[in-house]
Design a protein around this ligand. Structure first.
Ligand code: FAD
Length: 492
């Protein structure tokens, strides 16, 4: 699918220049378009690239995509996984089920990254936006108060684009990050992984396995996850120098490291590759008028299906703040809170996925047996699997530093089942009788959508990205709207 079917001439001036139209850049562009913010989105490629890459879309991501008109359609296009399972080949050690999560999307959506990107491109076009495909950002120079970027177009001609803000959504090898001089510290572990998208031999057992399962046997790690279109993804650490797995390699991996009862047998390998991971977080997510988001800002092991999800939520955090600043509703300092809020999320994620990857790839059998015994014991501890499911679903991400005393804390997620969203508008949830259905449009007053809902003991003000701005605010929407500046996150 072309990144855009129409291609007007590249503007030479814009409020926000977004380099990179992967899932992060596309989400940012759709959000800005919906908010009416002038922007230009460019990508060095002309079309969405084929391939499944990020195949797991987490509930928190779907909640944000719902706000920008993509969640429901994408959910229809994918397969709904039930949860994550850690298994020793013979028995489940620990199972984190998504079934009871407090979200309209209580499942892992298994859809190829291509499908996710195509849905975002379509939504962008419906909103009248476009991707300037075949345009490569070469660098930029400061041009107070913003930047002037140099872009090579499809005709090879270099063009200058002046922008108030530049957002690097240009992936792991980000040109924006390099040109901004932002360090990208971390590690590149030596371990090589084989990846294969396979069609399994049909059978009732294969159909019954809806979990993304990590098999942790003495023969080594094997990840097996359902994908859309009746496929399964297989990932396994392999010796350095290994080639992309062929059908016989996949059969052997399944036989040696997969389920002991042999239900998983490959019929066809649809795609295969090898990859290495890196574990890095950019030192800063903001440098003056320049921001980094998605893989340009952080990268880690894809096991656990978190990377694309984190990028999409970076975009959700940044979009409404850019809108608030560019419309004069907030000072430029609000944008510092993008780093303050999102950097710790990325750093924690990289630390957790790194620890998990190391534990899952232990080569010493006795350490592996001890790990499995500890996992089984953890699974039997009340609350552990629920907490794990919430964490993998990214529903526990929040920006509050205050201890949880059971009262609403600014910076925590407000479940959309409690306070239904209204696109990217602020929501004022006033205690009273009323509906909590998504279909209830609420009452729009200035920047706020007002909802009367039965649950909260106090009036809640919810940010456009679904986090609590403040509790106990005036129930009079005009009063709250006039004070909104007081409720914005403060950079620390
Ligand atoms: C095998 C594999 C499996 C994965 N599985 C999962 C998963 O299940 N769940 C998950 O959440 N994540 C997963 N990930 C990670 C996920 O693919 C990435 O996190 C995601 O692609 C990041 O999106 P992005 O938009 O930030 O960057 P990218 O997808 O890398 O997009 C960057 C874009 O920038 C463009 N670009 C680069 N340089 C320039 C330039 N100079 N000028 C203009 N354009 C430029 C590129 O063409 C590209 O379109 C997986 C990754 C791999 C490799």
């Amino acid at each position: 699918m072309p990144k855009s079917s129409t291609r007007p001439a590249l503007p030479c001036q814009t409020d926000v220049l977004i380099s990179g139209a992967g899932p992060t850049g596309l989400t940012l562009a759709v959000s800005l378009r919906q908010l009416g913010v002038d922007h230009v989105l460019l990508d060095r490629h002309d079309a969405v690239r084929p391939g499944s890459k990020a195949a797991a879309v987490q509930p928190r991501t779907l909640e944000y995509l719902d706000r920008i008109g993509v969640g429901a359609g994408l959910a229809e296009a994918g397969r709904k996984g039930r949860g994550f399972c850690l298994h020793d080949g013979e028995r489940a050690l620990l199972r984190a089920s998504y079934d009871g999560l407090d979200t309209p999307y209580p499942y892992i959506l298994l859809a190829s990254q291509q499908t996710t990107e195509e849905h975002l491109v379509r939504r962008l076009e419906v909103l009248g936006g476009t991707v300037y495909g075949d345009h490569r950002l070469l660098g930029f120079t400061p041009d107070f108060p913003g930047v002037t970027a140099t872009v090579a177009g499809p005709d090879g001609v270099l063009r200058a684009v002046t922008a108030r803000y530049l957002v690097g959504c240009d992936g792991l090898h980000s040109t924006v990050r390099t040109a901004a001089g932002v360090a990208f510290p971390g590690e590149a572990p030596e371990q090589l992984f084989a990846l294969a998208d396979v069609r399994l031999k049909a059978g009732p057992e294969a159909a019954a396995h809806e979990d993304t399962t990590f098999f942790l046997s003495e023969a080594g790690l094997l990840l097996l996850s359902p994908l859309a279109q009746g496929l399964h993804r297989l990932v396994a650490p392999v010796p350095a120098g290994s080639a992309a797995p062929r059908a016989e390699d996949v059969e052997e991996l399944l036989a040696r490291r997969g389920p002991a009862d042999g239900w998983a047998r490959a019929e066809e390998v649809v795609a295969a590759s090898t990859y290495r991971t890196q574990e890095r977080v950019a030192e800063r997510f903001r440098s003056g008028p320049v921001f980094l988001a998605g893989d340009a800002a952080h990268t880690h092991s894809p096991a656990g299906g978190q990377g694309m999800n984190t990028g999409i939520q970076d975009a959700g955090n940044l979009a409404w703040k850019l809108h608030a600043v560019l419309t004069g509703a907030a000072p430029d300092g609000l944008l510092d809170s993008y780093h303050t809020e999102r950097w710790p999320v990325a750093a924690r994620l990289i630390s957790l996925t790194g620890q998990f990857a190391r534990a899952a790839t232990l080569s010493d059998p006795s350490s592996g047996r001890l790990r499995n015994a500890l996992l089984a014991a953890a699974a039997a501890t009340p609350g552990v699997t629920d907490r794990l499911a919430r964490s993998l679903a990214q529903l526990d991400i929040g920006y509050s530093n205050e201890p949880d005393l059971g009262t609403p804390r600014p910076g925590t997620r407000v479940p959309p089942l409690d306070v239904p969203p209204d696109g990217l508008r602020w929501t004022l949830a006033v205690p009273g009788s009323g509906a909590t259905q998504h279909s209830d449009p609420g009452k729009r007053l200035g920047p706020l959508t007002v909802r009367h809902i039965p649950e909260p003991a106090t009036t809640l003000l919810v940010r456009p990205d679904g986090y609590l701005a403040a509790a106990g605010v005036p129930a009079d929407p005009y009063d709250t709207a006039a004070r909104i500046g007081q409720y914005l996150p403060q950079p620390q």
